[in-house]
Design a protein around this ligand. Structure first.
Ligand code: FES
Length: 123
């Protein structure tokens, strides 16, 4: 069901865990399956210097979060906000259509974590 790249990312996921004293944390639930994803970010001068994820999601959620967190490390927050689930799925060489909803978790959790960072910054 999954291609080689997805299996690779699922079996050796990067950036698993939680950042202590994170600059921003985003937790989202998936409306389709009820699974949960949390992404924590360390941001310095509006640049993402570290990103980690924790999920109760499936293999597709793990593979896409691993890839998405890897993609955004080194990006500015503006660039990271443009990373869509589509781009992440493309980078993984595609997902079965019934698993596309899983890839939305990472995108949404990244956006929420950045919002959290921005709201703390303003406070
Ligand atoms: Fe829930 Fe994939 S089935 S994240």
């Amino acid at each position: 069901m999954y291609n080689e790249k997805v299996m690779q990312a699922f079996q050796n996921p990067k950036n698993v865990g939680e950042i202590e004293n994170a600059s921003g944390v985003g937790t989202v639930g998936n409306a389709s399956c009820g699974d949960i994803m949390q992404i924590s970010l360390k941001i310095e001068n509006d640049i993402i210097v570290d990103a980690k994820f924790k999920t109760f999601g499936c293999a597709a959620a793990i593979a896409t979060s691993s890839t998405a967190t890897d993609m955004i490390i080194g990006m500015t927050i503006e660039e990271a906000l443009k990373v869509t689930n589509k781009k992440v799925v493309e980078c993984l060489g595609g997902l079965p259509s019934q698993k596309i909803h899983c890839s939305v978790l990472a995108e949404e959790a990244i956006k929420k974590a950045i919002e959290d960072y921005l709201s703390k910054k303003q406070a």
